[in-house]
Design a protein around this ligand. Structure first.
Ligand code: ZN
Length: 393
């Protein structure tokens, strides 16, 4: 029987043979950006490709028409590992988050395993789960709630970036709305008869700015006034603001929300208004690290001589619905370089890099490392146990 090392060589060869096809699909997705929950073309191209390579494909899983599951079966029942693929774009700026590279590296990993082995030479199964709507739809949370990750013992994906990092934090988010209710009155002849809801919302921003000085450095509080009044000669009776509260820890996220409520109540009291606070039912969780799985991924990148970069002290952190997955099953979400240093995500510049030769190099390396790491986890019950024990601690 072949050694694990020989099996990995075979996987890498399969990815290299698929590279042209993967890049072509990546470019097609890039040229046809589809917003969250509307990724019909991308889902069709990816599932067609996976089916062609011999995977068993289920479309529309978890009640999401653009979600899918593609399976590489093992030699017997055993642990199931999921490789996640995203393929949604951003409004107006297209694939400025490079999800076309996530889609094709995840699908490429699954296709390479199927092409190399047909059936895995181990007990278990490897899934490629197509997860729609990362940008604004929290597709993975919906899929988890619908049971699409049931039975999955470990999950992995990559995200493109301006540098390769095995681990970077990702912040949890609570999305909050504050609506202030005052009293309308003529702004010139009877101002003393009104209660100014615009002053209340301004006071909320002032209060939060004062609060910010006492926040932990990684916390973020940022918002907009979504309704500021109707006409200058009317004391505004209704205003509204939307905020994202973000933090690296779930507990501190709740602390941020308590402080936000205090600021909003204070702003209402100070201006003689009342406030209604509502939160989005979907809370994004921060990423929970898994050192054991990250070490496997890093070793596999080393095996193919793909360099890992030092942390970039100039860059902050974003958020992902993968954070919610990482709180339920051992998960990794490493970053793969597809652009030079310092190119910010969600920029037109990054969208250009997402279809560059550098993106192809990143895509190929990522597909290899994802496939090899998934294989490590089904091949070695010891490695999977380490990941699960770390998760449980
Ligand atoms: Zn993204």
């Amino acid at each position: 029987m072949a050694t694990l090392d020989e099996l990995k060589t075979k996987i890498c060869g399969a990815v290299d043979a698929l590279a042209g096809e993967l890049e072509a699909i990546s470019h097609k997705i890039h040229a046809n950006p589809e917003l969250c929950f509307k990724e019909e073309k991308a889902a069709a191209w990816l599932t067609e490709f996976l089916e062609q390579k011999g995977l068993k494909v289920e479309r529309g899983i978890g009640g999401l028409p653009t979600a899918f599951r593609a399976t590489v079966p093992g030699s017997a029942p055993g642990p199931t590992i999921a490789i996640m693929a995203e393929y949604d774009a951003l409004p107006k700026i297209g694939h400025a988050c490079g999800h076309n590279v996530i889609a094709t590296s995840g699908a490429g990993a699954g296709a390479a395993l199927a092409v190399a082995f047909g059936t895995l030479p181990f007990a278990g199964a490897i899934h490629v789960i197509g997860t729609p709507a990362e940008e604004g739809g929290a597709g993975k949370v919906r899929l988890m709630n619908a049971g699409a990750f049931k039975g999955v013992e470990a999950a992995l994906m990559i995200h493109p970036r301006c540098g390769t990092r095995i681990w970077r934090p990702s912040l949890g988010i609570i999305k909050v709305n504050a609506e202030f209710h005052g009293k309308a009155a003529h702004a010139s002849s009877w101002p003393w008869r009104g209660a100014n809801a615009l002053n209340a919302v301004i006071q909320l921003f002032v209060g939060l700015d004062a609060m910010r000085q006492q926040l932990r450095p990684e916390a973020r509080v940022h918002g907009i006034i979504s309704h500021g009044g109707d006409q200058p000669n009317i004391i505004p009776e209704h205003t509204a603001a939307e905020f994202y509260l973000r933090s690296e820890s779930k507990a501190y996220l709740q602390e941020l929300f308590r402080r936000f409520e205090g600021c909003a109540q204070g702003a209402a009291t100070a201006t003689g208004c009342t406030v209604t606070i509502t939160t989005d039912p979907i809370v994004h969780d921060p990423l929970k690290p898994n050192v054991a799985m990250a070490a496997l991924f890093e070793k596999n990148l080393e095996r193919i001589d793909f360099p890992v970069d030092p942390e970039d002290p100039e860059a902050g952190y974003g958020s992902t619905d993968c954070g919610n997955v990482s709180q339920v099953i051992p998960t990794i979400h490493p970053y793969i370089r597809i652009s030079p240093d310092g190119v910010p995500g969600h920029s037109r510049e990054f969208a250009e890099w997402a279809k560059s030769p550098m993106a192809r190099t990143g895509l190929v390396a990522a597909a290899k490392a994802l496939a090899m790491t998934a294989l490590d986890l089904v091949a070695s019950p010891e490695e999977l146990k380490k990941a699960k024990e770390e998760f449980a601690r």
